[in-house]
Write a protein that binds this ligand. Sequence first.
Ligand code: ADP
Ligand code: ADP
Ligand code: MG
Length: 645
Amino acid sequence: MIDTLLIANRGEIACRIARTARAMGLRTVAVYSDADAGAAHVAACDLAYPIGGAAPADSYLRGDRIIAAAQAAGAQAIHPGYGFLSENPDFVEAVEAAGLIFVGPSAKAIRAMGLKDAAKALMEEAGVPVVPGYHGADQSDALLGAEAQRIGYPVLIKAVAGGGGKGMRRVDNPSDFADALRAARAEARTAFGNDDVLVEKYVGTPRHVEVQVFGDGTKAVHLYERDCSLQRRHQKVIEEAPAPGMTPEMRDAMGQAAVRAAEAIGYSGAGTVEFIVDATDGLRPDRFYFMEMNTRLQVEHPVTEAITGVDLVAWQLRVARGEPLPMAQNDIPLRGHAMEARLYAEDAAAGFLPAIGRLTRFDAPEAARLDTGVRAGDEITPHYDPMIAKLIVHGDTRDEALSRLDRALSDTRISGVTTNLGFLRRLARTNGYQTGKVDTGLIDREGEALAADAIPCSKTRALAAIAALGLDQSPPAHAGFALWHSQAQIARLAWSGDAIDIRVTTRGADVFDVHGDDWHHEVTRLGATWRIDGVQTSACLQADVGRVTVFDGAPYVFDVADPLARGGASAGGNVIEAPMPGLVQTISAKPGQSVQEGDALATLEAMKMEHVLRAPRAGTVADVLVAAGAQVAAGAALITLEDDA
Ligand code: ADP
Ligand code: ADP
Ligand code: MG
């Protein structure tokens, strides 16, 4: 009997689990860190318990406090969500020792899949195809090098304890192997405390295709595949189901292999078997290989829900409660096509640098499912993953899903924090994605065209100027008409660092003449909508302190110059600052050292990622102001260069 469920997570996934649990009549219990006291997931639950400080190690990773909260609340079960403790077998054992139900697989099943080398060996035995490679115990450099030679270049070195794309290096030439091995090991040691690696063939034209499985501890079924080939830094950005170009034979072969994998370890609950597919000659049933199994609910599970109509969290709760699998394999429907885009607080143009800030506006799109854990007014902090939301669309065909995705991305309006919205929309519009010719190299190939924001046109600039001058709101009724008569003002804006001055003349309360360098528009306000030269636009405006955003298909963000700040002392290119709060991992710069532009000087770990800080110009290092291991604030000076002679 489960009547009360504790959700040991935060953000969108905690909100999503609470939604289903409540719909099933359960009482829900949230836990929260100091940074999350006012968070959406707390409001989404019936009860909430504080469990410690903002850092995950002080709260969401404190299994003891989470179990104590469950007991205090009278919960019978704990759902771990994804990330945090979801794949921690010691936590599962502690939950069970406390007499509670863990909504997920057994500790034994998690352990079996915990390390990539052991999992590959196990899968080979179960007759599941694995990527050709070496996953043995001998970790000597010489042997690994010889194995790479035998496998044939290019090869991929992977941390056996890896996750989130860390500890992974592709090597194209034997001469680069030793360096890559050293780098992969170092990264693995810091991230996972285990520097064992495996070496495998780098699959040509790789596609990431994974299968959703569901087990009851003995039998398992699959809920078809998801294609997650659109990745940056080996991390997923857009996912879809089914996989474009999938044939019934290949789907069958992959589904059966995934079910074999789950049954081989007595899997219970929702899991994902990830395969890498060699798509050099299209999708072929003899060209897919097991990569790893994620023993939890996956971030991208909603696309599977959209094509099957199954609520995977409901299934998890039913199986946890001891019910048999809710559907037989042949009864699971596959209807239409679904896509998910992950909306991140990050700057695509700056190498996907995570961003932080308070959301001043967050409009959800109409025709899409939006899974999120933040609301307008909430803050994206540096403590956790920078994912803001997931946008999920469904259509009868892939083309229908594509146009819904495009519309949903353009209707989503977020300001206050830099997002990847524009990037996602450009990505979804590439020829490769439109035609379903996806592989994991697509984002890198499209490169800069995807990263850079489109340059705002004169109409967008005109609207930005109106917002910058505070003219976007209707004047109060008592404001005399004469006040607005033929008043000319200059809006001083900057877009992407370039200064733009725009002259706005007010003609009546709702009509503006807007002049730029070589253009002119007449802009009219009609309630909350705008007309430009007599034509209605769907663009809308958001004015924040020091910044305005024009939403017109994509967000265009302009800085509004503060006249007082002009001419202030700027360090120019002499100071290397922390771009965000974080932990200084390494400092390689030494005083007196001469550096070239782009040389790596330090690494900073923030928001689960490692950022390399580089020299902004050639010069000589003057001072190193921090040591490795220091926690630094955003904007903190880390390294200075000597003045340019
Ligand atoms: P997937 O293959 O589903 O992307 P990953 O193993 O890369 O899964 O990570 C799962 C997800 O868990 C991440 O996308 C992230 O959103 C979440 N996650 C992991 N660690 C944390 C954390 N410390 N804080 C918040 N979310 C986290
Ligand atoms: P993680 O645990 O970090 O998720 P995975 O083993 O799942 O690591 O690999 C992450 C990504 O790296 C995959 O989604 C795929 O894009 C790429 N990848 C992994 N193995 C290979 C391979 N053998 N050949 C080509 N690409 C690969
Ligand atoms: Mg993976």
